[in-house]
Design a protein around this ligand. Structure first.
Ligand SMILES: Cc1ncc(COP(=O)(O)O)c(C=O)c1O
Length: 395
């Protein structure tokens, strides 16, 4: 049974493999934020615009007539810019023609990787809490998700637990670093351990690196840059976070030709090609240079500390993130039995929206004590949120 424009309907048309995923947690809490006039620190989209020169260049591309289908793998200048960016950040030079595919955001790259690679019953190991599209896309592909739980306060990777999950059906390990929602940045030791497991068990690594430019402590290192790893790794990145352009949905995959063939086998029928003028804008973005990334990092470091200090002052136990623009906090000092109940109280009574992370776990109970906030917001918005949160009462 469900509600449809006020009417009760009894039929569910959603395919069985997708029924359990329901409405995305971000849609639910953004709707509640709007309804209650709350400051929205839920969904991870910036409340400021991307670089004007990037936006202008997409605009110019439209006026210059770049409005028809782009080539299936992406326009040549963008694939060249992606290859150069990858070489600068990893030291590995990918083939512009055979290794790069431009996708509709990293989201499509994740789906195309799963649909292109997995045969029914193939297993993929993910770390939880996980980005919510991972289990859904693995399910769409008929794969089976195995998981390894990471725990506060540092959410590090237990390599023995990873090896315990490997079976003869394991096809890939899906690593997100810097990690949403925990802010964990994979250490050299973790990366070396994962690389060794991939090589020992002949696994593919799928690396979601959409937050690669937002690291505050330590350095982001791509698994693909470790010895022997490029040939078995798919690296996924996006314009969304690094250029505050989440609405453009421009992402890409970088992988050696045999893996790229698998991704393209799915991509050509999922979207075929991605918005042409926005791909021209993306070329301008990737040519912005180091100063742009330095400023981006400094700005986010400032926002991280502003929000984390405020949250700590209010009495939340803060797991200060080493990367990304999210922070996980323990809310148990406020006496709520679940993160849903705490977030409900926040959005209705305090006027701030966060995300209860239950849907990022196989067993939502594992996220019961936690709440996620996003700090991709202007200082004024973060300060308003902190001021409202100061009304929270300790239990
Ligand atoms: C870990 C992770 N992967 C992928 C995405 C989606 O990226 P895009 O907007 O490029 O589809 C997000 C967005 O929040 C994310 O947090």
């Amino acid at each position: 049974m469900g509600h449809y424009h006020g009417r009760i309907v009894s039929t569910c048309h959603t395919a069985k493999r997708l029924q359990r995923y329901g409405e995305s947690v971000f849609a639910t809490w953004s709707r509640l934020a709007l309804k209650h006039g709350a400051v929205n620190l839920g969904q991870g989209f910036p409340d400021f615009d991307g670089p004007p020169e990037v936006i202008e260049s997409a605009h110019r591309a439209m006026l210059d007539g770049h409005n028809q289908y782009a080539p299936m793998p992406g326009i040549q200048p963008l694939r060249e810019a992606i290859a150069a960016d990858f070489e600068t950040t990893t030291g590995v030079q990918p083939c512009v023609d055979h290794d790069i595919t431009v996708t509709s955001g990293c989201t499509e790259a994740i789906a195309a990787s799963m649909l292109g690679l997995l045969n029914p019953g193939d297993e993929v190991i993910v770390f939880e809490p996980f980005y919510d599209s991972y289990p859904a896309t693995i399910a769409m592909a008929g794969g089976v998700m195995k998981h390894v739980t990471t725990r506060p306060p540092d959410f590090g990777i237990d390599l023995e637990a990873v090896e315990d999950q490997i079976t003869t059906r394991t096809r890939a390990i899906l690593l997100n670093t810097p990690h949403n929602p925990t802010g964990h940045v994979a250490t050299q030791e973790e990366l070396r351990g994962l690389a060794a497991l991939c090589q020992k068990h002949d696994l593919i690594a799928i690396c979601d690196e959409v937050y690669d430019r937002m690291v505050f402590e330590g350095d982001h290192v791509s698994l693909a840059s470790l010895p022997g790893m490029y040939e078995r790794t798919i690296t996924l990145r996006s314009l969304a976070k690094s250029f505050s352009l989440t609405g453009w949905k421009i992402g890409w995959s970088i992988a050696p030709a045999p893996l790229t063939d698998a991704i393209r086998a799915a991509h050509q029928f999922l979207t075929y090609a991605v918005s042409t003028p926005l791909q021209h804008g993306a070329v301008t973005a990737l040519h912005m240079g180091d100063d742009y990334y330095t400023t981006l990092r400094q700005d986010y470091l400032h926002r991280r500390d502003l929000l984390c200090n405020g949250l700590a002052q209010v009495g939340l136990k803060v797991c200060r993130p080493a990367g990304t623009y999210f922070v996980m906090c323990d809310h148990t000092a406020f006496g709520h039995q679940s993160s849903e109940s705490f977030c409900q109280h926040l959005v209705e009574q305090i006027g701030v929206a966060g995300i209860p992370p239950g849907s990022f776990y196989m067993n939502p109970e594992d996220g019961r004590t936690l709440v996620r906030f996003a700090f991709c917001k202007t200082d004024a918005v973060l300060e308003e949120a902190i001021s409202r949160l100061s009304r929270l009462q300790h239990h």
